[in-house]
Design a protein around this ligand. Structure first.
Ligand code: ASP
Length: 358
């Protein structure tokens, strides 16, 4: 109990987030951070791994030299998109049920109140950059499928095969184990030598079907931008569009308030307009941490009425115009983290689990 109180005090003293959220020390990094009331420039990503750290360093290069939030967000998102080891975003992302990688991305610029997005984009490694061009160089917000590809090609993006060997093997294993009644099957299953088990056993690094990245930034002028980019729900139906390219669902930015992004089961996020909801909560005075938690609770409140046992898997991140931070997940045993880069260096921000133990 004592421990909890001191942890909460620490949090309030440092960032004014909701209960439980904190800045973590990073090995080899800059240690615990205490953020000043107006903390900018600033860039964050929901990716808390090494690639996320590299992405933050790249975005920071732009911000620290007085560059704008849009450019910093694009640069950071591209680093994560082209990482072949990352099976949730861009090149190397897990494919749809037909083995085809279809990418979704959105971009929003708070300064100009403009937005752009692409959905079901194939063969282009950096959908965030295509979404940025939709935002800056067309009068539209969302391009899909072949139209999005044609647009990207017109801008000179090269067409490339996005299905890495790693992703192809994971997809094949999924296909083999998906059904006991079709004609696909691993040899041991066909011969009934071993009990059928989840294909995840052979790919322990791949924990679930979800994965996306949100990148949000404020530049030194106080302008805010954000991007959400993903390969979407793995093994989804051909043509399925998630929340990531839907403005208001997977991403929303308001220069007067802040920015918010979502990852997880996109169907829930679309139906709840979760990112817009977080912005509205912050506009009403909630901290980014509280806004993330409020949005997750709102989703569960709705599910409770129709399916009380269903707890979807979502992670939300948010920043406000003062550079305060928020991050929360719906369920799980580990607190969610996100990467943060500000004038004091790189750190990981640890958020909260809203419904622990579910
Ligand atoms: N939100 C993404 C989608 O539904 C997936 C994810 O974040 O894992 O496409």
């Amino acid at each position: 109990m004592k421990k909890e109180i001191s942890r909460r005090n620490f949090v309030n003293a440092t960032i004014g987030a909701g209960a439980g959220a904190m800045i973590l020390p990073v090995t080899g990094g800059f240690g615990l951070q205490s953020l000043s009331p107006v903390n900018r420039p600033l860039i964050i990503t929901s990716h808390a791994n090494e690639t996320g750290q590299k992405a933050m360093a790249a975005g920071w290069e732009i911000l620290k030299n007085g560059g704008n939030a849009v450019d910093a967000v694009e640069k950071a998102a591209n680093i994560i998109e082209v990482d072949p080891e990352d099976t949730s975003v861009g090149y190397g992302g897990l494919p749809n049920e037909d083995g085809v990688v279809q990418l979704d991305a959105s971009f929003m610029d708070g300064k100009t109140y403009s937005a752009g997005a692409v959905a079901c984009l194939e063969n282009i490694k950096t959908p965030a950059s295509v979404a940025k061009l939709v935002m800056q160089r067309t009068d539209h917000v969302l391009l899909v499928g072949k139209g999005a590809l044609d647009f990207a090609k017109a801008w000179g993006f090269p067409e490339e095969n996005l299905l890495t060997e790693k992703a192809r093997k994971i997809w094949l294993r999924w296909k083999e184990e998906m059904s006991p009644t079709d004609d696909w099957g691993a040899p041991e299953h066909l011969q009934n030598l071993v009990k059928k088990e989840s294909y995840w056993r052979d790919f322990p690094g791949i924990e679930h079907h979800y994965g996306t990245t949100n990148v949000l930034a404020i530049d030194s002028n106080g302008d805010i931008a954000g991007c959400t980019t993903t390969s979407g729900l793995s093994f989804k139906l051909n043509g399925r569009v998630g929340d990531s390219p839907i403005i208001g669902a997977g991403l929303y930015v308001d220069n007067e308030v802040g920015a918010a992004g979502a990852t997880g089961r996109g169907e829930d996020v679309i139906k709840s307009c979760a990112s817009y909801y977080m912005i509205m909560r912050m506009k009403e005075g909630r901290t980014p941490q509280q806004a993330c938690e409020d949005a997750l609770k709102m989703i569960i409140d709705r599910y409770k009425k129709v399916n009380p046992d269903f707890y979807p898997s979502e992670k939300f991140v948010a920043i406000n115009k003062n550079g305060e931070l928020g991050c929360a997940t719906m369920t799980g045993n580990r607190n969610p983290q996100m990467s943060v880069m500000a004038s004091k260096g790189y750190s990981r921000f640890e958020g909260t689990v809203v419904f622990p133990g579910r």
